[in-house]
Design a protein around this ligand. Structure first.
Ligand code: ZN
Length: 303
């Protein structure tokens, strides 16, 4: 591939280039080293796509059969495809992202970059790279993510990527929804005029009329206090803030009921947070917790 300087060699896969698509979502299209390219090739389903002028030999090369191909090939795969470390399960509940700037370890770095936990196993990618299965561990406050790229799952800074907009089938607006939530982190995506519209979040923002295709899906919709409606990642919502306001049948004040998030969404970090809240409440009766206060004030109406 063309590069600006000799020190930065880049490689591409002839076979993916020929077919115009990668083998798996989240595969790299530009490789930083021969090692990374060979690892990619080893995971290609066989036989590989035909590329004019490229002779590929499969299986153990025999000796003395006089087969001309055995001495005249460009690429030899003695073994069947190597397994990919990506799990078989689909990442459809999680967002995908596109890199907007590179995140690579430079050779000879005196202090190699680490994730906030101090691990040097960071996710490396170049601009335009697709990252799938993006998650926001609670302890990183929305600043760092975990995700898969080129068969590797590791951490990367959120500011190096943009979350891909959801497909229309992944969105459910629900103006009649009585679910309200609070943002736990700021979310300031690039807005533009593309549909669907993102709903930017400030920490502590209240969002009402919250909708989703299903609750565990990453993309929720809602309306903020200024009346703006849009979609946002549910990762940026405080999991214990999810409330359903039950519309009163009488003139009594509306009751508020806490909604249970499914166990899938509750990471150990979130469970830890909930546990700490319980301890605070037990030890310090003066400390109010909005949800609890609301429940005490307005007991749930029997329905
Ligand atoms: Zn390829």
């Amino acid at each position: 591939m063309m590069v600006k300087s000799l020190s930065e060699l880049r490689y591409a896969c002839l076979f993916c280039t020929q077919t115009g698509h990668t083998v798996r979502e989240g595969d790299a299209t530009v490789f930083l080293s021969q090692e990374q390219l060979l690892r990619h090739l080893s995971r290609h389903p066989q036989p590989l796509p035909e590329v004019p002028g490229v002779t590929v030999l499969y299986g153990k090369a025999g000796h003395g059969h006089g087969h001309s191909l055995e001495e005249d090939y460009d690429l030899h795969f003695p073994d069947p495809p190597a397994p990919t470390p990506m799990p078989e399960t689909s990442f459809s509940t999680l967002p995908t992202a596109t890199a907007v700037r590179s995140h690579v370890r430079k050779p000879g770095d005196m202090r190699p970059p680490t994730d906030p936990d101090g691990s040097e196993d960071i996710l490396q990618f170049l601009p335009g790279a697709r990252i799938v299965g993006v998650e926001f561990p609670a302890r990183w406050g929305g600043n760092w993510c975990m995700g898969w790229h080129d068969g590797v799952r590791a951490a990367f800074p959120f500011k190096h990527v943009e979350i891909d907009r959801p497909k229309p089938s992944e969105i459910s607006y629900n103006a009649n929804s009585s679910v309200s939530v609070k943002a736990r982190w700021k979310w300031s995506p690039k807005l533009g005029s593309d549909e669907p519209r993102w709903l930017p979040l400030e920490k502590g923002d209240s969002i009402r009329n919250v909708g989703w295709v299903y609750q565990d899906h990453w993309c929720w919709s809602g309306t903020n206090s200024k009346g703006k409606t849009g979609v946002f990642p549910s990762s940026h919502i405080d999991p214990v803030s999810v409330r359903e306001v039950v519309k009163p049948a009488t003139s009594k004040p509306p009751s508020v009921k806490s909604m249970k998030l499914s166990s899938v969404k509750q990471s150990s970090a979130i469970r830890g947070l909930m546990g700490r809240r319980t301890i605070h409440r037990a030890n310090d009766p003066s400390l109010t917790w909005e949800g609890v206060a609301a429940q005490i004030k307005f007991p749930t109406q029997p329905r």
